[in-house]
Write a protein that binds this ligand. Structure first.
Ligand code: C5P
Length: 220
């Protein structure tokens, strides 16, 4: 089969990561979590006391950290300057700060370049998940999926993941982050015109995976 490029976009809590990883594993494709890359650069900025309220300061150091993503869906990895940051990038601190960093054009240019070179290097093809993959990073992807779900479903899934009983606070934080990601000037969260929209509110993870696998197989 020819290498197939799949872009999966959507807001948080729609099952993007679980779906993308499973689809890639099932079809023998590589996998890239682009949110992890934005989290990694944010983690580095926090650790280096960069003033995140100052986009000029963020832009000035956007090229400094070396971010390396491992693209095996069975074992995705992410390092910054050789340090494994898979755990630290999931803290609430990084989650609450990532939208400010990812809105800076110099950060996006840098990370987008990494994403394109990883996609080009994937021998059997790749599933790339994020917010702007279908619109900006890989506009020529063979298949574009846009996952959605009701805010309630998304908050419930995220709370479950975090083992956090406070669904309300999770819902508020999530809505705030989506609003920031959707309203930024440079490549905001958006559905590409040629993306297939899948509303996952009433679907199980297994059903979403099956739906996407079928769509990918139709493209091979
Ligand atoms: O997917 P995840 O929730 O880990 O993404 C973290 C953040 O990274 C998003 O809230 C967004 O600010 C940023 N992001 C982005 N573009 C992408 C993927 C993620 O701006 N393609």
């Amino acid at each position: 089969a020819k290498p197939v490029i799949v872009a999966i976009d959507g807001p948080s809590g729609t099952g993007k990561s679980s779906t993308s990883k499973a689809v890639a594993a099932q079809l023998g494709l590589s996998y890239l979590d682009t949110g992890a890359q934005y989290r990694a650069i944010t983690w580095w900025m926090v650790n280096n006391d960069v003033d995140l309220a100052d986009p000029t300061a963020v832009a000035a150091v956007a090229g400094k950290p070396e971010i390396v993503s491992g693209t095996d869906p069975a074992h995705p990895t992410i390092t910054v300057d050789g340090v494994d940051v898979a755990g630290p990038i999931r803290t609430q601190e990084v989650t609450s700060k990532v939208s400010a960093v990812s809105a800076v054009p110099e950060v996006r240019a840098r990370i987008t370049e990494l994403q394109r070179s990883l996609a080009a290097a994937a021998e059997h093809g790749i599933v790339v998940e994020g917010r702007d993959i279908g619109t900006t990073v890989l506009p020529d992807a063979d298949l574009k999926i846009f996952l959605t779900a009701s805010p309630e479903a998304r908050a419930a899934r995220r709370s479950g993941e975090l083992r956090n009983a406070d669904v309300h606070a999770t819902r508020e934080a999530l809505i705030k982050r989506d609003a920031a990601d959707s309203s930024r000037k440079t490549s905001p969260l958006a559905k590409a015109d040629d993306a297939v929209e899948v509303d996952t509110t009433e679907l199980t993870l297994a059903q979403v995976i099956e739906c996407v696998v079928t769509l990918v197989e139709g493209k091979r």
